[in-house]
Design a protein around this ligand. Structure first.
Ligand code: NAD
Length: 339
């Protein structure tokens, strides 16, 4: 079967990781990536052997800087079957129209609204809903994290209601503009948008969320409280969590007490860009009291959605019908262990 030809529009935090992951697949070809400015990321992309495409208005800036380009974004669209759009949220409508005109499929990210595509994607919860679709959206890092754990718990124990507090990283590690760098900032618009975003894939789930921005760049942390339809045990929940794809259980008594040690583990594992693709749950922080479940999970915002983008490409391009087959293939390519 011919390889799926993929372009990545927007080579930032998410786009550069999606590009590396595509390059690691044996059933995909990375046609190129786009950059708006001839900066160090453009030069690094070139050094990796990726072709660079740029907006028409920016061609002169690249030529003046002597940075080699392969053409414009429109030129890239002529060569691909599908584009993974990793531009900052809010460019969605503009690019959706451009992709439509070029006749290529497109995946957007969680910064765009569900209404842009009408379909949202998560490998565990709804792989088949994007089968053959022209447009889809991989939900945000936090929503991906919640779906990875809550979907399987809900399937087994029917969640009556879930309440999640999200302690959010203030900025990504490569970002020196955002904050706060000192203090905690509550999201005062309540409940936060994360609950409705989970409902874009699990519309039946009664879930509410609050969020606090914290002075850290490493990861988000969720505190989850879920009321289940019956009494259960901590061990039954741990069994479910052990079966969830891309969920990693760690123990605080093994020395992983904070998100700092989680990311040190990712570095020790030798992951590309030191990424932790899995949602990390503290095994000794899972507790059931009667029918109420309490646990903590950490989300590496820069990377948890990357394997989801790869699976979404396979679903939309009708490459692999079975979700677990695509998940296993993606996991093997990125060094994510099977549960
Ligand atoms: P980013 O700012 O790191 O990268 C965006 C890239 O798009 C940059 O390289 C920028 O130069 C480029 N760009 C800007 N305008 C462009 C244009 N008009 N055309 C083409 N490229 C353009 O952003 P990011 O963090 O990678 O976020 C991308 C998307 O992924 C957003 O929807 C965001 O909400 C979502 N997302 C981000 C994270 C995260 O934590 N960073 C996690 C999950 C999902």
């Amino acid at each position: 079967m011919a390889k799926i030809r993929v372009g990545v529009n927007g080579y930032g935090t998410i786009g550069k990781r999606v590009a590396s992951a595509i390059a690691a697949q044996d059933d995909m070809e990375l046609v190129g990536v786009t950059k708006t400015r001839p900066n160090f990321e453009a030069l690094t992309a070139l050094s990796k052997g990726y072709d660079l495409y740029v907006p028409e208005d920016n061609v002169d800036a690249f030529n003046a800087a002597g940075v080699k380009i392969a053409g414009t974004i429109q030129d890239m669209l002529k060569k691909v079957d599908i584009v993974v759009d990793c531009t900052p949220g809010s460019f969605g409508e503009y690019y959706r129209d451009m992709y439509k005109e070029a006749g290529v499929k497109a995946i957007f990210q969680g910064g765009e609204d569900h209404s842009l595509t009408g379909i949202s994607f998560n490998s565990t919860a709804n792989y088949s809903e994007s089968w053959g679709a022209q447009l889809s959206r991989v939900v945000s890092c936090n929503t991906t994290g919640l779906l990875r754990t809550l979907y399987r718990i809900d399937k087994k124990l029917k969640i009556q209601n879930a309440f999640v507090t999200i302690v959010r990283r203030a900025a990504d590690p490569g970002d020196s503009k955002n904050g706060p760098i000192n203090g905690l900032e509550p999201s005062v618009k309540l409940p936060t948008h994360h609950g409705p975003d989970v409902q874009s894939i699990m519309p039946w789930l009664n879930i509410n969320t609050m969020a606090v921005k914290a002075s850290t760049t490493l990861m988000h942390l969720h505190t989850v409280v879920a009321q289940l339809s019956r009494e259960t045990t901590t061990e039954e929940i741990l069994e479910i969590l052990r079966s969830c794809p891309r969920v990693r259980l760690v123990k605080s008594k093994d020395g992983i007490k904070t998100t700092a040690q989680v990311m040190e583990l990712a570095r020790d594992l030798g992951r590309d860009r030191s990424d932790m693709y899995e949602i990390v749950v503290w095994e000794d922080g899972v507790k059931v009291v009667g029918d109420t479940l309490y646990f903590y999970q950490a989300v590496h915002q820069e990377s948890d959605v990357i394997p989801e983008n790869i699976d979404c490409i396979r679903s939309m391009c009708k490459a692999v019908q079975d979700a677990s087959e695509s998940v296993a293939k993606t996991n093997a390519s990125l060094g994510i262990p099977e549960n």
